[in-house]
Design a protein around this ligand. Structure first.
Ligand SMILES: Nc1ncnc2c1ncn2[C@@H]1O[C@H](COP(=O)(O)OP(=O)(O)OP(=O)(O)O)[C@@H](O)[C@H]1O
Length: 237
């Protein structure tokens, strides 16, 4: 079976700065993979490289068997990659509904119901401005907008960052539903290691731009030594 995403010997960074060194990664259709590691090890850069937002120096990125390494970000989005950046990419001056409409890209307005079904909070706040939303609601809006593009691969960059525990639970539940009901594959970068390992059956640890560990999440959750060394937490998985 062909992997949905296949990253092969990827070396990438920004201009002359090399951040990732020879990364290999595979994700099947409908699969879930957690990408963890300390700040600055290159997790965001890996997502950006997959989305066409970092400079690839060597190696290949394949989506559904097609080599997309030199494709534009727009082409990758059209091919089915959805990227939710760490910065919560919403228009603060537009309402929730206007933000969602901006993500429709030709799909019928009825598609908004999918977003509201996944995040009922957004339905309640549909006429509120983006800047009036809480951090959690902004994150939901950012995710919902990306999902309107019907991605087959979703790249999530620290979606739980700075959110209250109760909102984290709500978001993780929504991601579970989403993955189960739509079959979208998810590559999740997350500092909240327990949540990441619970969500994804497989995990990869990055350190200084290299993969230093790869295993089932349950097995990694037992390796307190590795979690302490590479993530700085003992983990309670
Ligand atoms: N636009 C950029 N130009 C140059 N260097 C960058 C740029 N963005 C990130 N870097 C550098 O690349 C390295 C990896 O950063 P990256 O954001 O990928 O790490 P990360 O693991 O996602 O960390 P964090 O959890 O802090 O986001 C860091 O040393 C960072 O300073």
């Amino acid at each position: 079976m062909t992997d949905l995403l296949h990253v092969d010997q990827l070396t990438a960074g920004y201009g002359a700065i090399q951040v990732l060194h020879g990364i290999n990664l595979s994700l099947a259709s409908g699969g879930r993979l957690a990408l963890i590691g300390r700040n600055g090890v290159g997790k965001t850069t890996l997502l950006k490289a997959i989305m066409g937002l970092a400079d690839v120096k060597a190696g290949h990125i394949r989506l559904d068997g097609q080599d997309i390494t030199r494709w534009s970000t727009r082409q990758r989005a059209q091919a089915g990659i959805g990227y939710v950046p760490q910065t919560r990419d919403i228009f603060p001056s537009l309402t929730v509904e206007e933000n969602l409409v901006a993500g429709l890209k030709g799909r019928p307005r009825s598609a908004l119901d999918e977003a509201y079904a996944l995040f009922p909070r957004l339905a309640e706040r549909r006429h509120n401005g983006g800047q009036q939303l809480s951090g959690g609601e902004q994150q939901m809006l950012s995710v919902a907008r990306t999902l309107l593009g019907k991605p087959t691969l979703l790249l999530l960059d620290e979606p739980l960052e700075g959110l209250a525990p109760i909102i984290c639970i709500e978001l993780m539940r929504a991601f579970e539903h989403l993955a189960r009901d739509t079959g979208v594959a998810v590559l999740l970068v997350e500092q909240k290691v327990d949540d990441a390992l619970r969500f994804a059956p497989s995990a990869m640890v990055l350190e200084r731009g290299e993969v230093v560990h790869e295993s089932e999440s349950a097995a990694l959750g037992q390796r307190k030594d590795l979690l302490e060394r590479y993530v700085g937490v003992a983990g309670a998985h």
